[in-house]
Design a protein around this ligand. Structure first.
Ligand code: AMP
Ligand code: ZN
Length: 106
């Protein structure tokens, strides 16, 4: 999607460094971290939110990506969050999983 910031990041438009990537997803640091470690796992395909998701495979691939990147980064303990909808705090309408770890995780 042309006006989606995460699609642009995936496309390399901002030169964002990927902490990890695979066939299905990219992982990069949140620009406004809410904890010592704050990563975003973002599917390459544009899906607005969990409400619009119709392919269960995507969620499985995303969760496996969480496992892969945390293992690679040596993050043993972490919290995962998916915000769905504006009232729940979703700001970017391209599905993503937050990984929060280290100091400041609540
Ligand atoms: P959410 O509120 O669940 O939609 O989360 C969106 C997250 O994307 C927020 O934590 C933002 O800080 C983060 N974010 C927005 N723009 C960028 C960007 N250009 N690079 C990295 N993270 C971003
Ligand atoms: Zn998008």
């Amino acid at each position: 999607m042309t006006d989606c910031i995460f699609c642009k990041i995936i496309n390399g438009d901002f030169g964002t460094e990927f902490v990890y990537e695979n066939e299905y997803a990219v992982v990069f640091k949140d620009i406004n971290p809410k904890a010592e470690i704050h990563l975003l796992v973002v599917p390459r395909v544009h899906v607005e939110s969990l409400n619009e998701l119709d392919d269960e495979k995507i969620l499985g691939k995303l969760m496996m990506t969480v496992k892969e990147v945390t293992k690679k980064e040596g993050i043993k303990s972490y919290r995962t969050v998916i915000n769905t909808g504006k009232e729940a705090g979703q700001e970017v309408f391209h599905l993503h999983i937050h990984i929060l770890a280290g100091k400041g995780v609540i």
